[in-house]
Design a protein around this ligand. Structure first.
Ligand code: NSP
Length: 228
C-alpha cells in the first residue's frame, strides 16, 4: 500500500526520521490493534491516558492560534482544536463508557510519565519557539495516526475488536484534516524559511523537533503496552 501524502515538509521530515517513524507507526501496540491481539487492558489504559493527552494537545493547538501570523494559520489551528475536543475525544468517551469508565474519571486521571513528557515537550516547543517549531513538534501526532489509520483500514483482520478506533483515523474527515494541516504547514514554512526547506538554516532544528516528537510517540505506545 502506498502511504498517504500530507504535504512536502511532512514528507521530508518523515524521510529524515525514517527509523523513528517506522518504530512509531509499526509499534507492537499498532500491530495488536490490527490483528486484534492487543490485550483489552492495554487498550483501555492507553485510551484513558490518550484522553488526558488530547486535553493537553488541544492546549498546544490553542497556543498555535496565539502564535499564528496569518488568518489561514489561525483558522487551521482553531479547526484542529475543534476536531480534537469535539470529535476525536468522543471516541475515547464512548469506548470508556462502555467499559464502565465515566468521562469524569478520564478528565481527572493522573498522567503517566510518557504522557507528561510528550505533551509538555510540544508545549515548550511552542512557548520557547515560534509557529514553525510548534508545527514540527505537532506534526507526528496528527499525521502519524492518519497514516496508521489508513494502513490498518486495509490490513486489519475482519474480527479485530479495534475497528472503531481504526475507522476514526481512516475516516475521510481525519484524512482531510491531515492533508489540510500538511498544506498549511508547507505555506507557514515557506513564509518563514523560504521555499527550499532543506537549504534553510533552521531546517535541521525543525527536523530534530519532528524526530523527537516521533520518539515520544513510540514511548506513548510503549506506555500503553506496558500499562505503565
Ligand atoms: C499519543 C497520540 N498521538 C496522536 C494522536 C492522534 N491525534 C493521539 N490521539 N494520541
Amino acid at each position: 500500500m502506498s502511504v498517504p501524502e500530507y504535504g512536502r515538509a511532512f514528507g521530508l521530515w518523515r524521510e529524515a526520521a525514517r527509523t523513528e517513524w517506522a518504530a512509531y507507526t509499526r509499534h507492537a501496540f499498532v500491530e495488536g490493534l490490527k490483528d486484534g491481539t492487543l490485550p483489552r487492558e492495554c487498550f483501555l489504559h492507553y485510551l484513558v491516558q490518550d484522553y488526558v493527552f488530547l486535553v493537553h494537545f488541544s492546549r498546544a493547538w490553542a497556543l498555535a492560534v496565539v502564535k499564528s501570523e496569518t488568518l489561514e494559520e489561525m483558522k487551521s489551528a482553531a479547526a484542529t482544536v475543534d476536531g480534537l475536543v469535539n470529535h476525536e475525544m468522543r471516541l475515547h468517551v464512548g469506548i470508556c463508557e462502555e467499559a464502565g469508565i465515566p468521562e469524569a474519571d478520564l478528565y481527572s486521571a493522573s498522567e503517566s510519565t510518557a504522557n507528561l513528557t510528550y505533551t509538555r515537550y510540544v508545549m515548550d516547543a511552542g512557548l520557547s519557539g515560534d509557529f514553525a517549531d510548534l508545527m514540527a513538534a505537532l506534526a507526528p501526532c496528527v499525521m502519524g495516526y492518519g497514516e496508521i489509520g489508513a494502513r490498518l483500514a486495509g490490513e486489519a483482520t475482519a474480527d479485530t475488536p479495534y475497528r472503531d478506533w481504526i475507522e476514526t483515523y481512516a475516516a475521510d474527515d481525519y484524512q482531510q484534516l491531515c492533508r489540510d494541516v500538511g498544506g498549511m504547514i508547507d505555506r507557514a514554512l515557506e513564509r518563514r524559511i523560504g521555499t527550499d526547506f532543506a537549504a534553510a538554516p533552521r531546517w535541521a532544528q525543525l527536523s530534530e523537533r519532528f524526530a523527537t516528537a516521533t520518539r515520544l510517540e513510540v514511548d506513548f505506545w510503549q506506555m500503553g503496552w506496558d500499562r505503565s
